[in-house]
Design a protein around this ligand. Structure first.
Ligand code: RUQ
Ligand code: CUA
Length: 658
């Protein structure tokens, strides 16, 4: 990517703003002034200042956490580009309200309008983000979504059965062969009514491998691995030499079932579960997996852009005892959270929330230890490797509460520390601490574009903080979470920018904008519209009554709906407004809102059809209008529906094109 061009005026403007900020910070504010002070004022401002009309260098896909969706920011400016609806209904876009999208939120529990989205993960080819899809997990009702990066729309959501708290998900293997999904909460598998006191005998864990079709991206659960009743927290797949393996952290190897805060913090070491998924494939092929009944929803758009639910009925479950060499435990201090594999694929770093070191395991040593059977124990049929035999080095005195590690392209690692609110930079090969920088405050995840891949773009680090406190103008008891951009291009890290985020940012993924920016779909061709209720020209607009169901096939184009006057609707009808946006220009959606509708608006992209259902409740004449300011005569883009009594209503009537 060519360097950004920046006008001289822009630099002067940015410099002025930064100087003003430093002056303000130095007179009176205490806590936050340290943040401003640690960046070198105008220098920092000029590094993140993208002049009006200029484009950023990176896309950042950040999880919305409890918003359930996925905001997209630009880096380094921190500008919000879009908020992609995923697991949560999104009235602004009609997501989960329009008839075409409702099925996307279907689960075995019925329609679920919300979730807690944690970890975006880009699809990869040869261990490098290829810009085709980004996956993200739903924690609460276990699901994994696939978002198409050409349209930035969610195309598919699959439910994960035999799982609860789908947290160690959806990390992908080197060529996106699989996305993994591990249960955070162990549960009775299959579910049954048992006493919680029987946790140790009745509860189990499950690690799922979701096969991704290399051409279409379509997901399907290939197999699941039944595990002891620990909490499986995070994961990352191997790459390079460790390709073929996936690593999952676990805590609560104590198998406590109450007050985990204390009871799951007893053991000095918990485990990373190393799963040899190539071995699993063999065992499945050899018939060692048990076909196990499970009912779960699999939702996807068809060619018609209408989401449909397929009900799946079983999964293949592997038990470690039936497939030797499938899984090994790597002892890891202490209640580990993140597990991250360096770009070479040789080193595996874990963030032990309560540990005083960051352990870095060596994949080569792990393989040798497996060959030599250097086991210290066997836990529930799973061999536990000897810590000293697999460790590469330990980062001593990193910081407090290490969580997550990302990598640059120069052999360095960066670990977030929740308790001491800082990023610590260390050298992968010898675990030497090189630098540290405070963040504001209580840092969770960090992200370097490509920082969990084989080719990191080691220029910026995005720090995602849990506590915001005094960094912004106060907004009552609730403050948005926030992110910070740190320059990692030199020896010393430098804070460049703070910005608030939507929901709670957990993990994020970034990639060079040039990989996907020219592939963005601008309109959906009308000629390809296969929605069964489309009206691709005004002549096709029509209204059909069947009993008390009325289908209105309507078109929208600047600046009118066709038809825009409708009579013959009765109280208690179910009126389906199928609106086709006839525009074929980029960035001309039309909106549609009906007075008294109990759902949301529609936002209809050029060439697309979307359907809103309305049940008229009262006699009278009610307006609908376009909600998106689309033209000079946008305010004129309106219409009326006359609602009559059930008995004695006039026949359906509407205007047609002149
Ligand atoms: S987890 S910090 Cu899903 Cu670390 Cu968010
Ligand atoms: Cu269409 Cu405003």
């Amino acid at each position: 990517m060519s360097p950004r061009s920046r006008s001289r005026a822009a630099v002067l403007l940015a410099t002025g703003a930064a100087v003003a900020a430093v002056v303000v910070a130095s007179c009176g504010r205490t806590t936050s002034s340290s943040g401003v002070g640690s960046a070198t004022g105008s220098d920092a401002a000029s590094k993140v200042y993208i002049a009006p009309g200029q484009l950023d260098e990176f896309y950042a896909f950040v999880s919305g956490g409890f918003s359930g969706n996925m905001p997209v920011y630009a880096m380094p400016s921190g500008r919000l580009l879009r908020d992609i609806p995923v697991f949560s209904q999104y009235p602004e876009k009609g997501w989960g309200y329009s008839e075409q999208t409702k099925a996307m939120l279907m689960t075995s529990w019925g329609f679920v309008p919300w979730d807690d989205a944690h970890h975006p993960e880009l699809s990869m080819t040869d261990g490098v983000p290829d810009g085709r899809w980004v996956f993200v997990n739903a924690n609460n009702t276990p699901r994994v979504a696939r978002i198409n990066l050409n349209t930035m729309e969610t195309d598919e959501i699959i439910e994960i059965p035999n799982s609860a708290g789908n947290h160690s998900s959806p990390f992908v293997t080197q060529n996106s062969e699989y996305a993994v999904a591990g249960t955070r909460f162990s549960v009775p598998i299959p579910q049954e009514d048992v006493s919680i006191a029987d946790y140790k005998t009745k509860f189990g864990g499950m690690l799922s491998f979701i096969r991704i079709d290399p051409t279409t991206g379509r997901m399907g659960i290939a197999f699941q691995v039944r595990m002891p009743g620990f909490d499986y927290d995070l994961a990352h797949a191997g790459k390079g030499p460790s390709h073929g393996w996936a690593f999952f952290t676990s805590y609560n190897s104590e198998e406590a079932s109450t007050l985990l805060e204390r009871n799951a913090s007893q053991n000095d070491k918990d485990f990373i579960a190393a799963i040899n998924w190539k071995r699993a494939e063999q065992c499945v092929a050899d018939g060692k997996a048990k076909e196990t009944p499970a009912r779960y929803a699999h939702n996807a758009f068809g060619e018609d852009h209408v989401a449909k639910t397929t009900w799946e009925t079983s999964t293949k479950v592997l038990e470690p005892k039936d497939c030797d060499g499938l899984v090994y435990f790597l002892p890891t201090p202490k209640s580990p959270h993140g597990v991250d594999v360096d770009p070479s694929g040789e080193f595996i770093a874990a963030g032990g929330k309560l540990a005083s070191v960051i352990p870095v395991h060596s994949f080569a040593r792990m393989t040798k230890a497996i060959e030599a059977k250097a086991f210290e124990a066997t836990v529930k049929d799973i061999p536990v490797l000897k810590y000293e035999e697999i460790i590469s080095c330990e980062v001593k005195e990193p910081g407090l509460g290490p969580l997550h590690t990302e990598f640059d392209d120069k052999g360095n690692a960066y670990t977030s520390h929740f308790i001491s609110s800082e990023v610590v930079k260390w050298r992968v090969k010898d675990c030497q601490v090189l630098d540290r920088i405070p963040t504001y405050y209580s840092l969770g995840h960090i992200m370097i574009p490509g920082g969990d891949s084989r080719k990191p773009w080691g220029k910026y680090l995005l720090a995602m903080n849990k506590i915001t406190k005094d960094r912004y103008l106060p907004t009552g008891p609730e403050l948005n979470q926030a992110a910070q951009i740190i320059d990692i291009s030199g020896d010393k890290m430098k804070l460049l920018l703070d910005f608030p985020t939507i929901g709670e940012p957990h993990y994020a993924q970034g990639l060079l904008a040039s990989v996907i920016k020219d592939r963005q779909v601008k309109t959906y061709p009308l000629a390809d519209n296969k929605d069964p209720n489309r009206a691709t020209s005004e002549k096709d607009a029509k209204i059909v009554r069947k009993g008390n169901r009325v289908d209105v096939h309507m078109t929208a184009i600047r600046s009118h709906f066709m038809p825009d006057n409708i009579e013959g609707i009765q109280v208690g009808d179910s009126v389906y407004f199928h609106i086709t946006n006839l525009e074929q220009d980029w960035d001309v959606p039309h909106g549609f809102a009906m007075m008294g509708a109990q759902n949301a608006e529609l936002l209809i992209m050029p060439g697309q059809t979307r359907t809103l259902t309305w049940v008229p409740q009262r006699l009278g004449v009610y307006p609908f209008y376009c909600t998106d300011f689309c033209s000079a005569l946008h305010q004129e883009m309106q219409g009326y529906v006359r609602v009559s009594p059930k008995d004695g209503a006039p026949a359906i009537a509407y205007n047609t094109p002149k």
